[in-house]
Design a protein around this ligand. Sequence first.
Ligand SMILES: [Mn+2]
Length: 305
Amino acid sequence: MARQTIQLIGFPMSLGAGKRGMDTAPSALRIAGIRKRLEALGYTVKDSGDILITSQEVQNEGNPRLRYLDEILRVSEKEAAMVQSVLDVGDFPLIMGGDHSMSLGTLAGVGLHCKEQGKKLGVIWVDAHPDMNTDESSPSGNIHGMPLAASMGIGAKALTTLGGDFTKVEPENVIIVGARDIDKGEAELIKRLNITTYTMYDIDKNGMVRITEGIISTMKARGITHLHVSFDVDSVDPSIAPGVGTPVPGGLSFREAHFLMEGLAESGMVASMDVAEVNPILDERNRTAEFAAEIVCSCMGKRII
Ligand SMILES: [Mn+2]
């Protein structure tokens, strides 16, 4: 079977985290051999290089509730346009972050494509954090804690209107997996919007097998025709992935993370992916980037045998 073409887009963003390091993650993923690993699965891979982002040191943070907003918006618009055009030609966009503010642009591009093509978008948000703060609720003003809320139309207008004034993904079509560090405002929003959330407690209690099956049957029941996977590497336990922006103990095991990705791949529903929050400066000999590259492969259909 001829496989789809994957287009790699590097998004060396750290402005959303207010902490340096994640701007080198696309290089770390390339050094980890992400292209060769995907080619070994039978894909044609095109690397579009990185979207150029201005360094933190030569700009002002601006509004402390939305730090580095102007530059994040400028480059996220570019990212959105690239993602949309990759999807429009029938290729698979794999966006390599960068901090998780990258998903503002990813979901704007995916959302535009789905809206214009009449597809129904579902999002799996694999993350220790729900990233559902707003400029009002955020304790830090760091935009990487806001992209999921913004993509559902909640938060600062500048973020929610990125790529157009429409809701990129409906809250009922979002599933969060791996959450274990949730701010008060985020918890309230999760309850108010009734977001399906599998916390680490749920994963301990019910197991990843049942949860993965539940995710797929839910997405099918909701008529999802484009499934996006947003994988924040801090979802995984820091013992496996130490080089991340915001490590939180008690995360997904190596196999839980891979099983989820293998299950999603098996469903045949995944149509785009972004991978966020690898921080090579905090890493040990690039092992977190190598883990992330392997996770991407599992999501793209790599099987043990
Ligand atoms: Mn995140």
